[in-house]
Design a protein. Structure first.
Length: 369
């Protein structure tokens, strides 16, 4: 049945042309959001070690857990059409064509803080990813700046998380990108962030040096563990309003999600963090503080939450469906206050340069001393 379904979709799509160029992106603005009209796109990937010996179907259900098996229409391996039972081998090139529906992002403009012949410094709005990844392609900093602001080749240097706002450095050449990245690796760049956390953060200066590691490639969350990579963050409380604290953060290392993980470990997660906060889809499996049995937690999260949580809205929905790909059309826009994290990169200082970003509205500017 599945093979017949794939064959039908292949016949429907094989004559469709796909242009992946940035210039074809069609943006529109609605309810304070930047949106992209759906489009066809070819994904290309080479087999990874964990895929070897797996069937095409099993690989897609594992690697792309947000869809059921009949969603994947035209799949080829080494440019040849395959069925769901084809077994993947070393160095196989997998291609699949899908009809992409990108999530909306904030329509806040990308503000230029500084620009010279070698470097662009922007104030990145929260909710916009830096570069194409996952469900995002055109709704990204790189594509928006290329499409709407006239830039050509861009080299992001400090890649802020999707929901994080603030200063981002982008080089105009690989040489300049390498120079600034070298400063970051050598830890000669001072970074300063501001965040809003749940609870009354300690008034004294707090230094967290807890090492971190990733839970799993299937669950790309990070946590504190003795065998993790070295990390160091300095925290300083700026104010407390009875429920939340404004905290200045100075990460001395640059691990993924470092500030968020350290704050969670200390018991003061960012107040609106949907991943490391108090209330998340994984709260029952992912407690605050150190994790005693990370392997069991990973399995619980995989078995009980991600697949059902992600699949239900798409495959069991009564919403109207796209006529091209049959994916339900999400008609309700995301809540604006949930788009951006209360974490903002406010200042970066390197060798003979310093850049600063205005504080976001949620800080209540007058509270910062």
């Amino acid at each position: 049945m599945i093979i017949k379904r794939w064959s039908l979709i292949y016949k429907q799509r094989r004559f469709l042309s796909t242009n992946n160029d940035v210039s074809t992106a069609e943006y529109y603005f609605e309810n304070g959001l930047r949106k992209v009209k759906p489009y066809y796109y070819n994904f290309h990937a080479f087999t990874k070690k964990r895929m070897l010996g797996q069937t095409v179907l099993n690989t897609f259900l594992t690697e792309y857990r947000g869809r059921s098996e009949d969603y994947y229409g035209l799949i080829t391996v080494n440019d040849e059409q395959v069925n769901c039972e084809t077994v993947l081998k070393h160095n196989d090139q997998i291609t699949h064509k899908i009809h992409r529906h990108e999530p909306p992002v904030s329509d806040q403009p990308i503000r230029i803080v500084h620009e010279d012949n070698e470097l662009i410094v922007i104030d990145k709005p929260g909710s916009i990813p830096v570069h194409p990844s996952g469900r995002y392609r055109h709704n990204t900093i790189v594509h928006i700046m290329t499409k709407e602001m006239g830039y050509n080749t861009l080299y992001p240097i400090n890649r802020l998380d999707t929901m994080t706002s603030g200063l981002m450095l982008i080089a105009k050449s690989s040489e300049r990108a390498g120079e600034v990245k070298k400063e970051l690796r050598e830890r000669t760049v001072e970074k300063e962030y501001i965040c809003k956390v749940t609870g009354c953060f300690p008034s004294e200066r707090t230094i967290c040096e807890a090492p971190m590691k990733q839970l799993s490639f299937l669950v790309p969350l990070n946590y504190v563990h003795p065998t993790g990579k070295d990390c160091k963050t300095i925290f300083e409380r700026l104010s407390y309003d009875g429920k939340t604290s404004l905290v200045r953060c100075k990460p001395l290392t640059g691990r993924t999600h470092q500030i968020r993980v350290h704050l969670r470990y200390l018991g003061f997660p960012i107040a609106n963090d949907p991943v490391y906060g108090y209330s998340t889809p994984w709260s029952d499996f992912f407690p605050l503080g150190p994790l005693e049995n990370p392997e069991e937690i990973v399995q619980s999260m995989i078995d009980c939450t991600p697949f059902d949580y992600m699949l239900d809205p798409f495959e069991k929905s009564d919403l109207p469906r796209c006529q091209e790909c049959r994916v339900p059309i999400i008609q309700k826009d995301p809540v604006h206050q949930n788009l951006a994290l209360w974490l903002h990169a406010v200042k970066y200082s390197g060798n003979k340069w310093t850049y600063e970003s205005p504080l976001p509205a949620w800080t209540g500017n007058s509270l910062i001393q």
